[in-house]
Design a protein around this ligand. Structure first.
Ligand SMILES: NC(=O)c1ccc[n+]([C@@H]2O[C@H](COP(=O)([O-])OP(=O)(O)OC[C@H]3O[C@@H](n4cnc5c(N)ncnc54)[C@H](O)[C@@H]3O)[C@@H](O)[C@H]2O)c1
Length: 378
């Protein structure tokens, strides 16, 4: 933990020179770090912003040049001035980031509304077309094309017994299922499968549980269904001592419409609609979810996103077995269809694979137009 910039620069230079693997926390304003690293030519390989800009006027972002106490006082007694200072700070921050990226740094939006708020503040963050941002969100470059388009998302479960032994059994079951599925997985998802297996195999050793005996594991439609099916059987046999509740994060394939985050890698114009979360929740409800929720705000801020979620109780019964297969299938493939219609290559392949596995599924596949030919028409 470092709280002055001089020491920070020296410490970071040392770590870079010695190729040291270390995490350094700087206690201060991020704008000053970007600016100082630019002046000192400290190269930033990878940069993002993780302030709470979904809530810019009430303490999610602290403007440069003021102490925490001064900012809190201004926020309370002079909110208009505080707003001005936040926007000034965002313009300065974007300017400094632009200097770094001109030198080759890779900057991405973390889904915290940084680019959105910076653009509202008039910062230089827009692309030449004046519509898009000049930097991608991590969903556009990473999470979308590598994970969501293949159906991988943060599947979750909670052991209602709250017994760590049950959680350990579920971890083992999940690892076995994924290892088995990986044997026949297409080449394009082998690395995702390997990462998820490594994660679940190391989960017990890393002791990540605080509170409920719960786990989160990235898996695709097939993985989620097979894991849930095996849990339900283990509950029926008494190997797991009590029911399990399934769920997932909003940050997933299908449940969320958010043009600045979850659906930011959907480029057919539909990212500004909020249909998918609604279809997701309606489909999940009819297909057997124990509860569903539709909400607004999740992460990127009120009015910028619609989230659909579900909970599903597995109690070891045949009915639960039917429900989990029907609902989890929809919960993932609804988003795969949408992503495939948007012509995302990974999702097209995943939709084709889902139709091969289940001949009853019919998803219309998109046709690719020749852009040059179209442009010639107008
Ligand atoms: N991409 C994702 O998956 C994901 C996940 C969780 C949260 N988020 C988003 O990331 C943001 C941060 O989430 P969090 O849970 O860490 O929030 P948080 O509010 O707990 O932490 C944000 C921190 O930023 C600090 N901060 C504010 N302005 C600063 C400045 N100018 N310089 C330095 N520090 C400053 C705050 O003091 C606070 O400690 C939120 O907008 C959230 O929605 C994204």
């Amino acid at each position: 933990m470092i709280d002055d910039l001089d020491t920070l620069v020296v410490r970071v230079r040392k770590a870079k020179k010695e190729k040291e693997i270390v995490s350094i926390a700087y206690h201060g304003n991020i704008v000053e770090v970007w600016e100082r690293f630019d002046i000192e030519n400290v190269f930033v390989d990878l940069g993002s912003d993780q302030t709470s800009l979904h809530n810019p006027w009430s303490g999610g972002y602290y403007p440069v040049g003021f102490s925490l106490e001064e900012s809190n006082e201004m926020m309370k007694n002079n909110p208009d001035l505080f707003k001005e200072k936040v926007q000034e700070s965002l313009r300065r921050q974007a300017m400094a980031i632009n200097k770094h990226t001109a030198k080759g740094s890779y900057f991405f939006d973390y889904g915290n509304a940084f680019l959105l708020e910076a653009s509202r503040a008039g910062a230089d963050v827009m692309a030449d077309d004046g519509i898009h941002f000049k930097y991608p969100s991590y969903v556009q470059d990473i999470m979308g094309p590598l994970f969501f388009d293949y159906g991988f998302g943060p599947f979750r479960w909670v052991c209602t017994s709250n017994n760590p032994v049950d959680l350990e059994i579920t971890d083992k079951i999940a690892a076995e299922i994924l290892t088995e599925l990986m044997r026949n997985s297409p080449a394009e998802i082998q690395s995702q499968m390997a990462d998820n297996i490594q994660w679940i195999q190391g989960a017990q050793k890393n002791n990540l549980v605080v509170g409920s005996q719960a786990r989160i594991l990235y898996a695709d439609a097939e993985g989620r269904i097979k894991i849930a099916e095996a849990f339900n059987k283990a509950i029926a046999l008494g190997v797991i001592s009590a029911p399990i509740v399934l769920g997932r994060d909003h940050h997933d394939v299908s449940g969320t419409d958010s043009p600045y985050r979850e659906t930011s890698n959907i480029y057919d114009g539909s990212s500004f609609t909020a249909d998918m979360a609604i279809q997701n929740v309606i489909g999940d409800a009819f297909r057997g979810a124990t509860w569903v929720s539709i909400h607004n705000g999740g992460g990127v801020g009120w009015g910028e996103v619609i989230n659909g979620g579900f909970g599903m109780l597995l109690d070891g019964t045949a009915e639960a077995d039917g429900r989990l297969k029907s609902m989890l299938y929809w919960d993932v493939n609804n988003g795969i269809s949408r992503r495939s219609w948007a012509r995302n290559r990974g999702a097209i392949n995943t939709a084709k694979r889902a139709m091969e596995i289940n001949p009853n599924l019919k998803v219309t596949l998109p046709n690719f137009a020749d852009d040059q030919l179209l442009e010639g028409l107008f």
